[in-house]
Every structure is written in structure tokens, then in C-alpha cells.
Design a protein around this ligand. Structure first.
Ligand SMILES: Nc1ncnc2c1ncn2[C@@H]1O[C@H](COP(=O)(O)OP(=O)(O)OP(=O)(O)O)[C@@H](O)[C@H]1O
Length: 256
């Protein structure tokens, strides 16, 4: 299933947040959305996920989600959003409870996503027993369990230290190599964007408008650290963003 965003514009009262966003998210692509603080990245993701309706414009779903899909548009949050009193498998089974699945089907899905995220040995663990990186892997497993058409990821690695972030990026690349999942991925981190994005959407400061869309043809598995081509793209992205990021930063200071 592809997504097609057409002329998305949004405001909260007097504040215009997004202006005339046109964007395709093609099946099998990771589309990263970057831009200065407060430019409307998370708002755009909420529009894509149908959690909020834009003041004008629309998000079209083109084609069908996977046949066995339980939730076409599925979120992964920065703070993992795990229930502390439930085990790893309990957190995953939670999102399956409202679907007409018998116990065997549920067990099959849980075992499958645990294996795909290398968590099979941790199914009885509680969140408090897990590192930040492992918690986010549980959140990824939970998202995969509903067989989404598109994963909506809002700064999924930003609560993690830099080493864990590297490991999780490797995991996301491995998973993409195996499954070609589709994702809209909001991040502040340009290194993450060039590592994971097939397409990088650069928003201006608020109201967020598309300043540029950078496509990277290099296969994800070739995107090793210290890659000169990626460093050049990262520099180009920063040059596009630098002045706006500074202006947005000053704006936040003014508002205090
Ligand atoms: N529900 C809301 N009601 C009113 N204003 C809102 C609401 N949600 C977001 N905003 C405002 O809309 C603007 C865009 O917010 P949003 O969180 O989408 O930006 P962002 O680019 O994701 O920010 P950051 O990079 O800091 O996470 C901000 O000025 C924010 O204060």
C-alpha cells in the first residue's frame, strides 16, 4: 500500500503549522522527515496515521494493506509505551486482544515477531529488566505483530544512547533487508536519516513546508559509518536546515 499526501495544510487556532505538503510514501520505502524544532514533523505523522485530520488536504491510501493486516498504520514512539506490569509477550499480546484470533494464532504471531526481533529468549521478561534498546525492540515487535502496511516512527531512537542507537539502526536495516517494510520516520538526527532513509523530506521552520526531498539510491546494507557519500549528503541536509534551525531555536527562546 502506498500513501499519497495531497496539499496538507494545518493550523492550531492562529498558528499555521503545516503548509501545502505533497508527498508520496511508496510501499517498501523508508521516508525520513526532518526539520527544525516545532516545524510540524510529529503533527504531519499524526495526520498520516489518521490521529488528526488536516485543516485541508488529504492522505490517500493507494492499494490494499497486506491480506492479514490487523492495523494498517501502526506507531512506534520514542518512549516505547510499554506497560510495566506486563511481560514482553504480554505487551505484544495486548495489541492482539481486540482482534478475532484464537489462542494458537496469537501464539504463532507472538513467537514469529519475537524471533524476527531476536527477543525469543526474553518473552517472560518485564520492561524494568530490559535496557532501553531492548525495550524499543519490544515496541518494534509489538508494532510488527499487527502486520502493518506502514510503520509510523516518531523519533524512535532519540531516547537511547549513541551506541544503542547504532545497534538499533543495524536492526532496522536488517529487518528492512528481510521484509522491505514501509515507514514514515520522524527524526532530528541527520545521521539516522541518511542511514535509513530512501527518501528524506526536509521541512522548513513553522509553518512546515517541504524545502527539499533528497533521495538516496545507495542500498541500506551498504550505508556503513564513515561513508564519504553519506557524509556529503548529511552536510547538504545540514546546510539546508542550519539557518532555519537557528531561527527556530531563537523563536523558542522568545516564547519563554
Ligand atoms: N494539539 C496541539 N494544539 C496546539 N498546538 C499544537 C498541538 N500540537 C502541536 N502544536 C504546535 O504545533 C507546532 C508543531 O508541533 P510538532 O510537535 O508537530 O513539531 P515537531 O517538528 O515534531 O517538533 P519537535 O522537533 O520539537 O519534536 C508547535 O508549535 C506545537 O507547539
Amino acid at each position: 500500500m502506498d500513501l499519497n499526501l495531497r496539499n496538507i495544510t494545518h493550523r492550531y487556532d492562529e498558528v499555521e503549522v503545516l503548509r501545502d505538503i505533497n508527498l508520496d510514501i511508496k510501499q517498501g520505502q523508508i521516508v525520513c522527515i526532518i526539520g527544525p524544532s516545532g516545524c510540524g514533523k510529529s503533527t504531519l505523522l499524526r495526520m498520516i496515521g489518521g490521529l488528526e485530520r488536516p485543516a485541508s488536504g488529504e492522505v490517500l491510501q493507494l492499494g490494499d494493506p497486506p491480506a492479514d493486516c490487523l492495523n494498517p498504520l501502526t506507531y512506534i514512539f520514542q518512549d516505547f509505551a510499554l506497560l510495566p506490569w506486563r511481560t514482553v509477550e504480554g505487551n505484544i499480546s495486548l495489541v492482539l486482544e481486540n482482534h478475532p484470533l484464537d489462542a494458537a494464532a496469537r501464539e504463532e504471531i507472538i513467537a514469529d515477531v519475537l524471533a524476527r526481533t531476536k527477543l525469543s529468549d526474553f518473552r517472560k521478561a518485564y520492561p524494568r529488566q530490559l535496557s532501553g534498546g531492548m525495550k524499543q525492540r519490544v515496541a518494534i515487535a509489538r508494532a510488527l505483530s499487527v502486520r502493518p502496511a506502514v510503520l509510523l516512527m516518531d523519533e524512535p531512537l532519540s531516547a537511547l544512547d549513541s551506541q544503542t542507537r547504532e545497534l538499533l539502526m543495524d536492526d532496522l536495516v536488517d529487518l528492512w533487508e528481510k521484509e522491505n517494510y514501509t515507514a514514515a520516520y520522524v527524526t532530528h538526527n541527520l545521521a539516522e536519516a541518511v542511514r535509513l532513509g530512501h527518501k528524506i523530506v526536509v521541512l522548513s521552520r513553522r509553518p512546515g513546508e517541504i524545502r527539499d526531498i533528497v533521495e538516496i539510491a545507495m542500498p541500506l546494507s551498504d550505508r556503513t559509518s564513515e561513508n564519504l557519500e553519506l557524509e556529503a549528503i548529511q552536510k547538504r541536509l545540514w546546510n539546508l536546515m542550519r539557518d532555519e534551525a537557528r531561527a527556530a531555536d531563537m523563536e523558542l527562546v522568545d516564547e519563554r
